[in-house]
Write a protein that binds this ligand. Structure first.
Ligand code: NAP
Length: 475
């Protein structure tokens, strides 16, 4: 059985087309395979089948849906090495990190396998003596998920597992750069007997697929992870049929190092929060704010840690930073560096010419808060440091952003920890912690970073409708 399919997966069948899209390896820039460029009729068929499958899937006891998901979880973990190799080939991240993502992605499947049975409603005391008010939860229906390339497995599982647990069926459209990880998940879903039509993977032109799923009133929910611009467009399209929508969008996370921080811990957290996935995560730090009294100590320790990071093809052992996803990403990285230097920044390390999609991790200090890196998502291994003098000043800097996904800070003062955690305008806060993603926690942002939450019980609620039953038992 192969996990690498050059075909879409609709209603339990592998669908090929003559018209295809090439997928390349960002490390070598060689084509590693092709997937179908489906047309509108295929997406409509996928919707028809997902709708038919929903009639049966929604009726299953939650424990039975949970059993299917648990079997899927075990199948994913049993194939962790092959799935990771496939991911490194199409996405570029180091093999160890890819293995980590498979385990992280699978953890959502396990979480929702268990949480399926807790789609609880409630009862509410009525205002009339002869009424009983009962609230029940029901699946929203057919869902469509559009996902990005930076986490080709887990951005799918955290949507699909929640949807399936709730009793919904789903059509997944993965990023065109990384479709093979999605198709491998479909193979494993098939292997464990998830009924046909429940989990579908379609490939092709994103705008066409989005148009079909947002104009079909049978699709009751759109869940999107990707850029804020595309999220905005999808929200407008979803308005046509008043579809539910969840949006996990871009970020520009601040990372604050206060004068009372443990600097060694802050540096370790900074490396994890900035350089994981080569800076290509939505919760990656984009801007470091460091109190002037600890600036030189933080700078020298961060540079030492960054110098030790090994860049290379993710399949080689010891590599910690793979390539960026494509040349456009390399250009954004370079533009943000040039702009930070033009805004008075001093280069501490890095900024050597790119080699294909490989770039050097770079550290720049004394960057102006007006630089692009403080306003836009870089999505690359650039650490830009802005010095600050007071807590009020740094909170203004941190909150002066259209984004509100994640924020991090380091301080040893419990009072300051509470004050700052309460004041940061973000959906997630790392307090003396650089790695915050977790299947048991509600992941998501505020402001232009999105709507809704994934993971935790909140993630299940995103796929459930609330229905209130008013029962009159008067004689
Ligand atoms: P993107 O360009 O928005 O693409 C994401 C997905 O949307 C892909 O499947 C893409 O398909 C599709 N797409 C592109 N244009 C579309 C359109 N007009 N209509 C509908 N779908 C469209 O984003 P990306 O560059 O892949 O991903 C990086 C972004 O995702 C960053 O901003 C990052 O912060 C964000 N992100 C957020 C989270 C979170 O949880 N908040 C997590 C991970 C990533 P094609 O690949 O076929 O173009």
């Amino acid at each position: 059985m192969t996990l690498k399919h050059e075909a879409a997966y609709i209603n339990g069948r592998w669908q090929s087309t003559n018209n295809t899209i090439a997928v390349d390896n960002p490390a070598t820039q060689e084509v590693i395979g092709r997937v179908p460029n489906l047309d509108e009729s295929h997406i409509q068929q996928a919707t028809d089948h997902a709708h038919t499958a929903w009639q049966h899937w929604r009726e299953l006891p939650t424990t039975e849906r949970g059993d299917y998901l648990m079997a899927w979880y075990h199948a994913i973990m049993a194939h962790q090495d092959e799935l990771a190799a496939l991911m490194t080939e199409e996405q570029g991240k180091p093999l160890a990190e890819a293995k980590g993502e498979i385990a992280y992605g699978a953890s959502f499947v396990k979480w929702f396998a268990e949480e399926a049975r807790r789609a609880n409603g409630n009862t509410i005391p009525a205002m009339s003596r002869t009424q009983q008010i009962t609230v029940i939860k029901q699946p929203v229906g057919v869902c469509a998920a559009i996902t990005p390339w930076n986490f080709p497995n887990s951005m799918i599982t955290r949507k699909a597992a929640a949807a399936l647990a709730a009793g919904c069926t789903i059509i997944v459209k993965p990023a065109s750069a990384t479709p093979f990880s999605a198709l491998a998940l479909a193979q494993l879903a098939e292997d464990v007997g998830i009924p046909k039509g429940v989990f579908n993977v379609v490939t092709g032109k994103a705008s066409m697929i989005a148009k079909v799923v947002t104009t079909d009133a049978r699709v009751r929910k759109i869940s999107f992870t990707g850029s804020t611009d595309v999220g905005r467009q999808l929200m407008q399209s979803a308005a046509t049929n008043i579809q539910r929508i969840s949006l996990e969008l871009g970020g520009n996370a601040p990372f604050i190092v206060f004068d009372d921080a443990d600097i060694d811990k802050a540096v370790a957290g900074a490396v994890a929060a900035k350089f994981r996935n080569n800076g290509q995560t939505c919760v990656c730090v984009n801007r470091f704010y460091v109190h002037r009294s600890v600036l030189s100590s933080f700078e020298s320790k961060l540079v030492a840690a960054v110098k030790a990071l090994q860049v290379g093809n993710g399949i080689e052992s010891g590599v910690q930073l793979g390539p960026l996803i494509n040349n456009e990403a390399v250009q954004t990285y370079q533009q943000h560096i040039d702009d930070a230097l033009e805004h008075g920044g001093n280069l501490l390390y890095g900024n050597q010419a790119a080699d294909g999609n490989f770039v050097q991790p770079t550290v720049i200090t004394n960057v102006s808060p007006k630089a692009r890196v403080c306003r836009e998502e870089t999505f690359a291994p650039l650490a830009a440091i802005v010095p600050f003098d007071s807590e009020t000043e740094v909170l203004d800097y941190a909150n002066e952003s259209e984004y509100g996904l994640a924020g991090y800070f380091y301080s040893e003062s419990v009072r300051r920890c509470w004050r700052v955690a309460m004041a940061l305008e973000v959906g997630m806060v790392g307090i003396n912690e650089g790695l915050i993603s977790n299947a048991t926690a509600p992941f998501g942002g505020i402001k232009a970073s999105g709507l809704g939450r994934e993971g935790a019980h909140d993630g299940l609620e995103e796929y459930l409708e609330t229905k209130y039953l008013c029962f009159n038992f008067a004689d």
